[in-house]
Structures are given as C-alpha cells and as structure tokens.
Design a protein around this ligand. Sequence first.
Ligand SMILES: *Cc1c(COP(=O)(O)O)cnc(C)c1O
Length: 396
Amino acid sequence: MSFQNPVFIPGPTNIPEAIRKEVSMPTIDHRSALFGDILHPARDGVRKILKSREAEVFIFPSTGTGGWETAITNTLSPGDKVLVGRNGMFSHRWIDMCQRHGLEVQVIDAPWGAGLPSEGYAEALAADTGHAIKAVLATHNETATGVRSDIAAIRRALDAAGHPALLLVDGVSSIASMDFRMDEWGVDIAVAGSQKGFMLPAGLAITGFSPKAMAAVETAKLPRTFFDIRDMARSYGSGGYPYTPAVGLMAGLKLACDMLLEEGLETVFARHYRIAEGVRSATRAWGLELCAQSPDLYSDTVSAIRTPAGFDATRIVTHAADKYGVAFGVGLGEVAGKVFRIGHLGSMTDVMALSGIATAEMVMADLGLDVTLGSGVAAAQDYYRSHDLSESKAAA
Ligand SMILES: *Cc1c(COP(=O)(O)O)cnc(C)c1O
C-alpha cells in the first residue's frame, strides 16, 4: 500500500495536510481557557454545516456509532417504540442497536438499492393514532448501497399524520458533503462522525439536538453515562468536558469547519456532485450498473457498482490493494461480493477521482472483466471538461 495514493473508501477519507498538522498539536490543558477557544468555534461551525440556527451540538470522543447511541439513549426509554427504515447495512446496524437497548422496533424494509420508503413511514405513522411511536429513524445516505433518501419526505409523513415522534437522522456519510438541512427538514437529532465529510481521522461522534430533542432528554430513561448530554451541556457551560476531550481532533474539527465554510457549503456540495457525476459516467462507459436504482437516489459521496453475475466483486478491492496500493470499498451484507464501492467524499478533486477510475479499470481488466482501458477515464474526462462547478451547483 502506498501512502501517496488517495483512498477511495467511503470513510475514513483523505486528510488534507493542513488538518493533519492541526490534529497533531502539542498538549494543552483541556481545563484551561485555551480549550474553550477550540470547543466553541468547532460547535458553531458544525451548527452552520447542519444548517441549523437552534441546534445544540454535542461532540463525543467516539465514532458515528457512538452518535447513534447518543441519539437514542438521551431521548428514549426502555420499551419505547421506534419506526425505522432499512435499505442497507448501516440502517440495519442502527436497528440492531435499538433492539439491544430494549426498544420496540418497527422495521420498514426496502430493497437494498432503493431509497427509504416515505410512503411506508406515512402509513405506519397514520396508523399509529395512539402515538406509541416515540421516534422515527432514517439513514440519509446509505453508505453500503450509495443511496440517498429523501428526509424532507419523511418529515412530511410525520407532519401529514400530525405525529409528535422525534426524527433522528444518520447523516454520517452525507453531512458536510451533501446538502443537509436540519431545521428545514425538522430533524431532531443529526448524527455525524469525524472521518467522512469532515476529513478528519476517526474519533469523534458529532451530534446536533433540536430544542424538541433537548426537551425529550429530561424524561428519557435509557441508561447512559458516557454519552449523557446533560453532563456534556453542563461542562460546555464552563468551556470544558466532563472527561478528557480529544483535543487534537477538536482542533482539527474547528479547522475543517472553517475550510468547508470558506469554500462555501453550496460549492462543497456542487464539488461532490460533479465528482460523483464523473464516476457515474465512467460506470456507464464500463457497461456496469449502480446499486442505486434510479438517478434521484444517487449518492454524491459513494458509488456502489454492481459487477457481472458470478464475479466476486471483493476481488476488485483485494487486487487494487495488492497490486496498485489503492483502497476501494467492499460490498457489505446483502450486497457483499456483488458490488464494490468507490468513495468520493471529503478531501477529493476531479483529478483525484480520475486516478481512482483509472485504477479500477486496470484492476477490472487484470481480472478479466470486459472493460476497455481508458473508457471510463475518457467518459469522466468528457464530463469534467464540459461541466464546471457553477452548473453542478444548480443540479446538486
Ligand atoms: C460510517 C457510517 C456509520 C458508522 O460510523 P462509525 O464512525 O464507523 O461508527 C454509520 N452510518 C453511516 C451511514 C456510515 O456511513
């Protein structure tokens, strides 16, 4: 594996040099005012990236999975009912966590490659006239299949039923890369992690709580200690943490937010759309199909590409690593061996994407797939040459 090559896994993502340096800062006293100067701007930056005015941002030394646990344990009680859609491995894992916490989970299954079915949510919510459902869970971007779901439509389903349940959204592989509108979509808890759109090493769970979610914390009875946001909120009041914060990562998060906001969120989203369109053009040129069933579902952060029947897609990932020192993502769960994934999020450019596309081509040709060298690269080049960022902005 060459450390010079960019990675094309959908997290952890490539780390910009400036962030890498920032994270490796000298030790400071995290109980001194120095830490507050990192903490508060980092929380403000995250709030802006969530497109929220009111959210309380809580950041834990953890990962996205810890963010899920933060969301459910702070707002729910044992035996509470939750309504969750499943269309891939990550939504499946969140369901598993809810079950292990003793929640009653109503699952709406959708095919892997489809979006979360807002009609299914609407029906279940309309049928729940007694309001037994306390929270509705949705994964914005299913990283296993490269599918973006319509969170606004799930909010409309809640509103149409006049249902008071909380809306908890996994945005781990979308937030900071794809448009996410916490306030406009009425999201009560947004969950992210540091190692995807935020371009940092793994190590932070990043969450935003709406005022309604903050109110639910007072009555929620699921056991929680490390992830109790009441301790976190109290400590933030005095500029600190209830325990030792991951100071270097927090400094990196502050810088990452500055960088993203300086580039401009809409430009960041347009860049991801444009890069993704190049990858999708290449996929078509190879004669292959995306796992995502239709263009409205295409994720701008990860493409899961189906390989021909009978071919083990995992071989692509193994061979790319062994021969060329390049990392792609394997298929997970139901689509293991059927897809390989190209992650194109975070610190990524069109030029970097071209190297990934070229590598995938070499690998597929090496393994005997019917792919013409240069075909995908040419398709992506055509796309990049003929489309600029401002056009992508309108489309993204
Ligand atoms: C990566 C990911 C997670 C899990 O995050 P970890 O940081 O690995 O705990 C959860 N949901 C989605 C959609 C993801 O992409």
